[in-house]
Design a protein around this ligand. Structure first.
Ligand code: F6R
Length: 369
């Protein structure tokens, strides 16, 4: 059942290229446009959408944070992302033109389910992004887009996350397509790039041995920090969450721009800091800023572990360890940048003798508050 792997998590990490390809399967037509007939919400209604609200928990929430960048960029529809456990006890402002997107691997998470009920009571349309066929969340939603990741057994979510991202990109691009906003060369080009993402994830997986070796050297550390900007910020949050739940280490993710507003005080000699560098192409401003963040923390003794695109040479002098990922358009970068962080956390958990598939105190599906 583990297909020759020691843990389900390793198997599921390895399955990611296929999972990503399966989530795209049949959803891009011969002309390179998206066809999401399964959505069941008429295009006319989607065209009227004036706000998108994403609700989710944990890793699925991080997928939602990334989706916000994509949705606002490609559709110009305002998008909010909220933890389901917060949303359900607020008085959110929703209406018939609000599209609520509930993201859940299991489809059974109590807080997410309650959030979607709360939204529907107020007349909002709910679209579920879910991995489990026929589970409660899609059954109670107006529409569902299934992530075809296949069963995820390990408690820590990996392939479900990558496919949630793909599904979010599909929703964002589809909204852009039906509304005609920015529709044209850019969206077509992104769809083509999305179609190549499985192959890029495969390439990342082939180069993970040095990441494992690095993780083993950090097994006696107490703290690891993660920094990112733009879509790299939720990637940093996800890297930190994986490390907490698997390695039981203190791990925190920060927006790199916030460093000097507090977190930089945490930097001390030999503290491992993982930095997700944005794509140097097209977003040079952000890239320059992160390079100076890396310089700042290194000058204070941090051990910098930098995730950067192939060909990005500017980070080299400041990286104690460099993890390369393939060139990818900025908004899609999380698909490749997250993978080394999953491997890193899994290897650290193993090195610390932890139960990888079944971390202490956690359950796969959280059906209580
Ligand atoms: C983290 C993890 C959890 C889940 C969260 C939501 O690795 O697995 O944070 O992402 O409990 O679960 P679903 O997606 O089933 O609603």
């Amino acid at each position: 059942e583990k297909g020759g792997y020691d843990y389900f998590m390793l198997k599921e990490i390895a399955e990611q290229p296929k999972a990503v390809a399966d989530t795209l399967l049949g959803r891009i037509d011969a002309a390179g446009a998206l066809s999401l007939d399964e959505l069941r919400i008429p295009d006319a209604e989607l065209r009227e959408t004036d706000k998108v609200v994403i609700v989710a928990c944990g890793t699925a929430f991080h997928a939602g944070l990334i989706a916000k960048y994509a949705i606002e960029h490609w559709t110009r529809i305002p998008c909010e992302v909220e933890l389901a456990s917060e949303f359900r006890y607020r008085d959110p402002i929703l209406g018939a033109r609000t599209l609520v997107v509930a993201i859940s691997q299991s489809g059974e998470t109590m807080d997410t389910l309650m959030a979607l009920r709360h939204a529907r009571e107020q007349g909002a349309k709910v679209l579920a992004i879910c991995n489990t066929n026929g589970s409660t969340i899609p059954r109670e939603s107006d529409a569902v887009l299934y992530t075809h990741a296949g069963p995820e057994v390990a408690v820590a979510s990996t392939k479900a996350f990558l496919t949630q991202l793909v599904a979010c990109y599909l929703v964002a691009l589809y909204l852009g397509q039906v509304r005609g906003t920015k529709w044209g060369d850019e969206i077509h080009a992104v769809i083509r790039e999305l179609a190549r993402s499985a192959e890029k994830v495969e390439r990342v997986l082939e180069t993970m041995e040095p990441v494992r070796a690095l993780a083993r050297t950090l097994a006696d550390k107490n703290t690891v920090l993660f920094l990112g900007r733009h879509v790299g910020y939720p990637v940093a949050l996800e890297g930190a969450l994986k490390l907490k739940e698997l390695a039981y280490m203190h791990a925190e993710g920060f927006a790199a721009g916030e460093l000097k507003h507090g977190p930089i005080a945490l930097i001390e000699q030999d503290l491992p800091v993982v930095v997700v560098a944005p794509s140097p192409r097209g977003r040079s401003v952000l890239h320059d800023k992160i390079v100076s963040n890396i310089q700042e923390i290194r000058a204070r003794g941090a051990r910098t572990i930098v995730i950067a695109e192939e060909g990005d040479e500017t980070v080299v002098p400041y990286a104690d360890h460099l993890i390369r990922i393939p060139e990818t358009p900025t908004l899609l970068q999380p698909l490749v940048a997250t993978v080394p962080l999953q491997v890193f956390a899994c290897e650290l958990a193993t090195a610390r003798g932890n139960e990888v598939d079944q971390p202490r105190n956690l359950a796969k599906s959280v059906t209580v508050e």
